[in-house]
Design a protein around this ligand. Structure first.
Ligand SMILES: NC(=O)c1ccc[n+]([C@@H]2O[C@H](COP(=O)([O-])OP(=O)(O)OC[C@H]3O[C@@H](n4cnc5c(N)ncnc54)[C@H](O)[C@@H]3O)[C@@H](O)[C@H]2O)c1
Ligand SMILES: CC(C)[C@H](C(=O)O)[C@@H](O)C(=O)O
Ligand SMILES: [Mg+2]
Length: 354
């Protein structure tokens, strides 16, 4: 098992240290090599996805990533920003399928943003397309041009999907639904955007190959509302890059905290990049208080999807459940009656539970 470890920026190194310790505690035959991605890479090499990291990532079976970005780099030209490193590695490795499971652990029912009775038993899988859409569409830019007789700055991006991109992500989503509750909700904005009209048409076509899965469609604004009104109506949701980014952050709060939401980004052969859905949390970086569970759970997803080690993945997930049952909580999920712990203590507890 060759794993490329990219801690990144902000809380990235803190949460990654715990995920790596958990993996080591499992005593797997894993070779882990660290590289630079994001702001730390910009500082060291001038670019957010340096060649050495490209080589490491391409040669590895899987990449485990912390988070990138932070205010320190926000003023840089776009090509040098940490986030471009993240988009770069996703595109480079063709990681088009982003799986973001929003699962509520029963112990966190009171930490959820919703009432316990609305979220009890919540288990949603968001399948987000990750290498297309307005994130990558050309043309894009900012320039000064004449508009209505005056010189003005204009900014533009292009929302674009080719048929093959829509088909392959829908296939992933239908197959995931087949293995779960057999319900797939495709989220679009077909009432306004041509790009997503195509998405809906293709979803209908692909559905013919999966007669056992019940396909529904929902407009994204309604989906955002339904997620906080009655989230348990969803089993698998599939959507484009931009809508998926937003809906998955929204879904994370149903589980108690964004610090609980892991993710897998897969190519066609299950080579994958695994990262928490959250960012580098500059507001709490360096304090040792970040929740490492999303990263630890991402490592479990890595064992499941890339290495087919279901048993090891379950061991990690069960250890996380046990630690929550023991009443240990980082600040983001802390509530009266539970014990507040830091990042390292949470990692220690997961390892002890293993
Ligand atoms: N995958 C990634 O690397 C990724 C994802 C999102 C944002 N970012 C980048 O991160 C930087 C900060 O972005 P942001 O503030 O909008 O989003 P963020 O996810 O970093 O933080 C949002 C809020 O959630 C909290 N939070 C996030 N992770 C947490 C954890 N593990 N434990 C406890 N609390 C946690 C933060 O403290 C903050 O209050 C930006 O530069 C952004 O581009 C990177
Ligand atoms: C940091 C940013 C580029 C990234 C995205 O928008 O995909 C992040 O928000 C995420 O959800 O992984
Ligand atoms: Mg996001």
């Amino acid at each position: 098992m060759k794993i490329c470890v990219l801690p990144g920026d902000g809380i990235g190194p803190e949460i990654m240290a715990e995920a790596v310790r958990v993996l080591r505690a499992l005593d797997l035959k894993a070779e882990m090599e660290e590289g630079l991605l994001g702001g730390c890479a910009v500082d060291a090499t001038g670019t957010p996805y340096p060649e050495a990291t490209q080589k490491l990532a391409r040669e590895a079976d899987a990449v485990l990533l912390g988070a990138v970005g932070g205010p320190k780099w926000d003023g840089l030209p776009r090509e040098q920003r940490p986030e471009r490193g993240l988009l770069g590695i996703r595109k480079d490795l063709n990681l088009f399928a982003n799986l973001r499971p929003a699962i509520l652990y029963p112990e966190l029912a009171n930490a959820s943003s919703l009432k316990p009775e609305v979220v009890a038993g919540l288990d949603i899988l968001i399948v987000r397309e990750l290498t297309g859409d307005i994130y990558f569409g050309q043309p894009r830019g900012i320039e000064t041009r004449e508009v209505d007789g005056t010189q003005q700055r204009v900014g533009w991006n292009t929302m674009i999907y080719a048929e093959y991109e829509i088909r392959r992500i829908l296939k992933v989503a239908f197959e995931a639904a087949q293995k779960r509750g057999k319900k797939l909700c495709s989220v679009d904005k077909m009432n306004v955007l041509e790009c997503t009209q195509l998405w809906r048409d293709i979803a209908e076509e692909v559905a013919k190959d999966y007669p056992d899965v019940e396909l529904s469609h929902m407009l994204v604004d309604n989906a955002a509302m339904q997620l906080v009104r009655a989230p348990k109506q969803f089993d698998v949701m599939v959507t484009g890059n931009m809508f998926g980014d937003i809906l998955s952050d929204e879904a994370s709060m149903l589980t108690g905290s964004i610090g609980m939401l892991p993710s897998a980004s897969l190519d066609a052969n299950n080579k994958g990049l695994y990262e928490p859905s959250h960012g580098s949390a500059p507001d709490i970086a360096g304090k040792g208080v970040a929740n490492p569970l999303a990263t630890i759970l991402s490592a479990a997803m890595m064992l499941r999807y890339t290495f087919n080690q279901e048993e090891a993945a379950l061991r990690i997930e069960n250890a996380v459940k046990k630690v929550l049952a023991q009443g240990l909580r980082t600040g983001d999920i802390h509530e009266p009656g539970t014990k507040k712990v830091g990042t390292r203590e949470m990692g220690d507890a997961v390892i002890a539970a293993l």
